[in-house]
Ligand binder design. Structure first.
Ligand code: C2E
Ligand code: MG
Ligand code: MG
Ligand code: MG
Length: 287
């Protein structure tokens, strides 16, 4: 059975190279099957508060493809996009992330990227609520990350749906802030409690005064609007120190950890350091 499946796919590939339309179609079929049979995986990257505590983890999709190795979101998302599978992908990720987060050692928050589950879809809040109920997770542990470009054009009704979910405890984050339209009006009237400073500003901060200026402005804006500000892509201690001096609330990046397979993330959460500073210095550096 499996051999036949492989032979069939092998035949398709023999006449084509990677990246050709046929290869793309084959990948779409593969992704459809992977979603159906739960063959995708989530990796989790810790988000670390000022006192060193892991307060959240971002779920990032990975696809261990039998022939192409571990595929990352750039490939997965483009295949899903072209195959009309974005909604199915996001749905799978949401359900899986909530189900896995329930088993974690500590009840920290889990953040999920959504672009195919859109607030302007008529069943948006139903779909999220159903996933929450099915997993049994507390709604206040969930953060839905959306890029600002998806949020700027939202008409009134979807904003209402977001507010309804927010009333149940679900939080929303504006992802990659600073790279899109950065609509300040939208930030003000959407229930986006978290702003994620895009990593391009973090990586440029040390050498480019304009990037440092943007980073500072975003952190101050978040503070003025009573939002939590998280920096993405923090890779070294210089960036970390600079962000702390600006007043950042939390950081995410390779300095702390790469995105980890579920089991490794589980083990990390069990380690006492992940729960923050020890008794004698607890409270130090808290925002
Ligand atoms: P994002 O939401 O901005 O996620 C952060 C990305 O930055 C992740 O890439 C992460 O691995 C990477 N990253 C984290 N720390 C560092 C660092 O210190 N340095 C550098 N250079 N990179 C770092 P990844 O996993 O490849 O995901 C890329 C993008 O794909 C994500 O960007 C998100 O927009 C999207 N994505 C990932 N998983 C999903 C998903 O399940 N559903 C949807 N709709 N989008 C997803
Ligand atoms: Mg994200
Ligand atoms: Mg981001
Ligand atoms: Mg980003």
């Amino acid at each position: 059975d499996a051999a036949m499946f492989n032979a069939k796919r092998g035949r398709g590939r023999a006449r084509t190279g990677p990246g050709t339309p046929t290869a793309q179609l084959t990948l779409e079929e593969d992704l459809r099957a992977a979603l159906r049979h739960d063959r995708l995986q989530l990796h989790y990257q810790p988000i670390v508060a000022r006192d060193g505590t892991i307060t959240l983890a971002e779920a990032l999709v990975r696809w261990p493809h039998p022939e192409r190795g571990l595929l990352t979101p750039d490939t997965i998302l483009s295949v899903a996009e072209n195959g009309g599978l974005m909604h199915d992908l996001d749905s799978w990720v949401l359900r899986t992330a909530l189900r896995e987060a329930v088993t974690w050692q500590r009840p920290i928050g889990v953040t999920v990227n959504v672009s195919g589950i859109r607030p302007d879809a008529p069943n948006f809040s139903d779909e999220v609520s159903t996933a929450i109920t099915a997993s049994g997770i507390a709604p206040d542990r969930i953060v839905l990350e959306m890029v600002e470009t998806l949020l700027v054009d939202l008409p009134a009704r979807p904003r209402q749906a977001m507010r309804e979910l927010a009333r149940t405890g679900v939080r929303f984050a504006m992802d990659d802030f600073g790279t899109g339209y950065s609509s300040l009006a939208r930030l003000k009237d959407l229930p986006t409690q978290i702003v994620k400073l895009d990593r391009r500003f973090v990586s440029g901060m040390g050498s480019d005064p304009a990037d440092l200026g943007i980073a500072r402005a975003v952190v101050e804006l978040a503070r003025a609007m009573d939002r939590t500000c998280i920096a993405e892509g923090v890779e070294n201690t210089t960036q970390h120190a600079l962000l702390n001096s600006l007043g950042i609330d939390a950081c995410q990046g390779f300095l702390f950890s790469r995105p980890l397979p579920a089991a490794e993330f589980h083990a990390l959460l069990k380690s006492p350091e992940s729960a923050g500073p020890r008794k004698h210095d607890s409270g130090k550096g808290k925002p």
